[in-house]
Write a protein that binds this ligand. Structure first.
Ligand code: CA
Length: 218
């Protein structure tokens, strides 16, 4: 899914681009309002910083809204209520205040996308014998519901976004536990062990030595 990111702050843009691509989004990053308005590839959603070098992000939102109904999320360091209200009044769908974690942004994006595209809202994903229903936070194996704790669900759901891909321990800890997570990852091994047992031979959660894990659904 294509995301247009309008942000002049490089560290923020780079970390968002990295973070969002980890969640399967394809990010096109531009630094100015003019570039954002000149971008004619269809984005599924737009993230707009308010403090841009060439124009006010609110004007970018207003112009995008005048052109169509692409979902817009304002990202801003300004936390005052006026900007938030104005942003929403001129047609932004949501508002995130800096500093934020990638997980928070992804959650907002998914919520906005669900609201604007109710018919296409994250259908349950069936892979092999495993069916993952992210909206209902339920997993079925061979048609029977698996009992999973919230973290087990989050871990499985994260790895299943790209079956076969290797995710590093750090990526997994950051996405599933906390975006600023540092330290030992023993809790991850414990959860991996439990998931292996619960999934049985319907999936293999492979250890990639020195790197992390990959999920293979059979
Ligand atoms: Ca800025």
């Amino acid at each position: 899914m294509r995301v247009l990111l309008v942000e002049d702050d490089e560290p923020i843009a780079e970390s968002l681009t990295r973070g969002l691509s980890r969640y399967g989004f394809e990010v096109r990053w531009v630094r100015t309002g003019a570039e954002a308005l000149a971008d004619d590839d269809e984005a599924a959603i737009v993230l707009v910083d308010l403090g841009l070098p060439d124009m006010d992000g609110l004007d970018v939102c207003r112009e995008l809204r005048a052109r169509g109904d692409v979902p817009i999320i304002v990202i801003s360091a300004r936390s005052d209520e006026v900007d938030r209200v104005v942003g929403l009044e001129i047609g932004a769908d949501d508002y995130v205040t800096k500093p934020f974690g990638v997980r928070e942004v992804v959650a907002r994006m998914r919520a906005v996308l669900r609201r604007v595209q109710p018919a296409r809202s994250e259908p349950a994903q069936e892979r092999g014998r495993v069916l993952i229903d992210r909206r209902g936070r339920r997993v079925h194996l061979d048609g029977a519901e698996l009992e999973l704790t919230p973290k087990e669900f989050d871990l499985l759901s994260f790895l299943a976004e790209e079956p076969g891909a290797v995710f590093t321990r750090e990526q997994i800890m950051e996405a599933v536990w906390d975006e600023n997570w540092f330290g030992p990852t023993k809790t991850l091994d414990v959860h991996v062990g439990v998931l292996r047992r619960k999934l049985g031979d319907a999936a293999s959660l492979e250890t990639v030595r020195g790197v992390g894990f990959r999920l293979v659904l059979t």
